[in-house]
Design a protein around this ligand. Structure first.
Ligand SMILES: [Fe+2]
Length: 265
């Protein structure tokens, strides 16, 4: 685990996390900005889930409020965790339909980008779609597989998660739409995925996805596009670990992005 400047907030004796005025104001800035940004760009299933969550604008929601919606919808819950957790814990939580949420919010200095997933990313980015049965099932399957996988296999599985749950797009009759929470919680990447001529949009192919390297600190040069949210059901039913073994035998594709050290110069 890497170091982080952030500390997840803990509930008081009343069971409630008391965020400061500034923390609630940061949430308000983020959610108002992002609601305007995702309209017409996020998929309908995400927008439906967002409507169901009825997220507050002026304060950070409590996890119990999210669970009251999620649990009856798909059996999922959110689970309070520290700012960074181990892969073992991450997969064990997903395997028991607990979505980890670190209960801190980014600082104003990191409003547009931070490496650690904060409560805005987890709730605004992911929880809306956890009301969707296909997305919920896929995420659960991913947790079950990851819990049993070797460190090397987890590296392959991480690419599947990255190009779906975090940076997935889907085709709709109205055009391409976003379902990945890494895009939906970032104003820059939400616009980039629609307006930039840079990224390449590839049809989802699980073997290709497992073989595609990525960097977490740049706008994505490649997105994989599914044809409907229900395709996630289909993917969850595949023999994913057999595809991981094929990907291992074939090796990774050459990166389409420059290595990190060259970028820094
Ligand atoms: Fe995420």
């Amino acid at each position: 685990m890497k170091a982080t400047q952030y500390v997840a907030r803990e509930p008081g004796p009343d069971g409630i996390i008391h965020y400061s005025t500034e923390e609630n104001a940061i949430w308000q800035t983020l959610i108002e900005r992002q609601l305007a940004c995702v309209a017409g760009r996020a998929c309908d299933e995400y927008m439906d889930g967002l409507a169901r969550l009825e997220l507050p604008r002026d304060r950070i929601p409590q996890l119990d409020d999210i669970n009251r919606i999620l649990e009856p919808a798909t059996g999922w819950q959110v689970s309070r965790v520290p700012a960074l957790i181990s892969f073992d814990r991450f997969f064990a939580l997903l395997a028991s339909k607990q979505f980890p949420v670190a209960t801190f919010i980014r600082s104003r200095q990191e409003l547009d980008y931070l490496q650690e997933p904060d409560i805005f990313h987890e709730i605004f980015g992911h929880c809306a779609l956890l009301t969707n049965p296909a997305f919920a099932r896929f995420t659960h399957t991913y947790g079950q597989l990851g819990r049993e996988a070797s460190p090397q296999d987890r590296g392959f599985l991480a690419r599947l998660y990255w190009f779906t749950v975090e940076f997935g797009l889907l085709n709709t009759p109205a055009g391409r739409r976003i379902y990945g929470g890494g895009i939906l919680s970032s104003p820059g990447e939400t616009r980039y995925a629609f307006e930039s001529p840079v990224p390449e949009f590839r049809p989802f192919d699980i073997l290709d996805v497992l073989r595609t390297p990525y960097r977490i600190d740049i706008m994505q040069p490649i997105y994989y596009v599914i044809d409907s949210i229900d395709e996630l059901f289909h993917i969850a039913e595949m023999d994913i670990m057999a595809r991981v073994n094929e990907a291992k035998a074939l090796g990774l594709f050459a990166p389409t992005f420059p290595p990190k050290q060259q970028q820094a110069s």
